[in-house]
Design a protein around this ligand. Structure first.
Ligand code: PLP
Length: 412
């Protein structure tokens, strides 16, 4: 029934209504009818306080209010204002000092970074590769540009990161296409909360270094959740491993301000490459700027000015980091509460480390989510299980929801 309209679908599968939108609508209705304390709306991909209100960093809010009109009204340069590019580099890399050549391009959200990477490091008809537990929008962003989509199994039978399937799929695709965009969303993966360890990163780098010289790989590391994944230094400990990649593999970081600065609606992010030589970094900036110019043109200037300002003022930066740390600890406590409660009732979850989400593997996730709704728990069905947003429910609810999910699973 999707061929009746005037639009050319071009291979895209566009549902009549977004599934998540429907579920969160019913969650809101339930909250109205039964009271917030009696409903768990675990569908939302933003950090909410225990009462279900969006958390906004007050230190960032203050900096936003201090913007002068020209700072948000004027166009920004296509690749971003210099102060933002510098700040985003510091924010993404932390203390890590690289010998590599950094190229930076501002984008409207991490979404823009994903879009530009696919546009410039794959060809129409190529398949993009990522883990099977992933943000579903990856597939849509690829389809929008006429690219296909392939996944590797993120975990093996023993629940360990599945290097064998990663390597198998890389080789399979590179036999039929010359280049590959590989997306890894870590740390604090959406939807599982998994983070690759440094040891696991070393294995991934070793696999990529076995790619033949005449094949090109863009390794997009989606670090959208990095600042809520744990200690700032520990979560960045994998970055030096990227320097071990051979020159036919280009590491790109998609660093988003959406979560880090509670700028979800402001649309601010940066894509950064760590290139082996200057020409590759220059080319990255040139081609990604061209893509920006021909899709959304300039990225919003206001949020760039705010982040540049924060990084130019050590006191303000410390305040922002401190405030975020408090909320991060709140989120980490929710994760521990969920894990503990799952352990107590024998609910199996996908390996979790930190972040906004926990996933439960199951058959027929749609039916499980329906059953959960009957018990006032609202989650998002994924391909291979149910996603619970611990970012949007209190620690108390995190302690209660696992038993409800266990009961729902046992009822089938
Ligand atoms: N990557 C992942 C895994 C996400 O979950 C999201 C947002 O939900 C994004 C990237 C992009 O977010 P934004 O475009 O707001 O930066």
């Amino acid at each position: 029934g999707e061929t009746m309209g005037l639009a050319a679908l071009n291979g895209r599968v566009i549902p009549a209504q977004d599934k998540v939108f429907g579920i969160s609508g019913r969650a809101k209705d339930a909250i109205k009818a039964k009271g917030h304390e009696n409903v768990a709306n675990a569908t939302i991909g933003a950090l909410l306080d225990d009462d279900g209100r969006l958390i906004v960093l007050s230190s960032v809010d203050e900096a936003v209010k201090n913007l002068k009109p020209v700072q948000y009204a004027e166009y920004a340069p296509i690749a971003g204002i210099p102060g933002f590019k510098e700040a985003a580099t510091k924010a993404a890399l932390g203390d890590f000092k690289t010998d590599r050549h950094i190229g930076v391009v501002a984008t409207p959200g991490g979404t823009g970074a994903l879009r530009n990477t696919i546009a410039n490091y794959s060809c129409p008809g190529d398949k993009i590769l990522t883990h099977d537990w992933c943000w579903p929008n990856y597939q849509n962003i690829a389809a929008e540009q006429g690219r296909g989509f392939e996944t590797f199994e993120m975990f093996d039978e023993a629940g360990k990161f599945n290097f064998a399937d990663l390597e198998y799929k890389i080789n399979k695709l590179l036999r039929i296409q010359d280049r590959l965009v590989l997306i890894l969303n870590t740390p604090a993966n959406n939807p599982t909360g998994y983070s690759l360890s440094v040891y696991e990163w070393q294995q991934v780098v070793a696999i990529l270094n076995r790619v033949p010289d005449d094949r090109i790989v863009a390794l997009l590391v989606d670090i959208a959740y990095i600042d809520f994944a744990g200690d700032e230094k520990e979560v960045r400990a994998f970055l030096p491993e990227l320097e071990e990649l051979r020159s036919n593999v280009l590491p790109i970081l998609a660093y988003s301000a959406s979560k880090t600065f509670t700028f979800y609606g402001f649309r601010c992010a940066a894509m950064l490459c760590l290139a082996d030589d200057e020409e590759t970094a220059d080319e990255f900036v040139r081609v990604c700027s061209y893509s920006s110019r021909s899709s959304w043109s300039n990225s919003p200037r206001g949020p760039q000015e705010v982040i540049a300002e924060i990084y130019s003022d050590a006191e303000l930066l410390a305040k922002v980091d401190e405030e975020r740390k408090g909320f991060r600890e709140m989120l980490l406590s929710r994760g521990r509460a969920f894990e503990d409660a799952a352990g107590k009732v024998g609910l199996k979850i996908v390996p979790f480390r930190a972040g906004f989400f926990v996933s439960i593997p199951c058959e027929d996730p749609d039916a499980v989510c329906k059953r959960l709704e009957e018990n006032d728990v609202y989650c998002v069905p994924m391909d291979k299980g149910v996603r619970v947003s611990i970012a949007s429910i209190s620690e108390t609810k995190c302690g209660k929801v696992p038993a409800i999910i266990k009961q729902a699973l046992d009822s089938f």
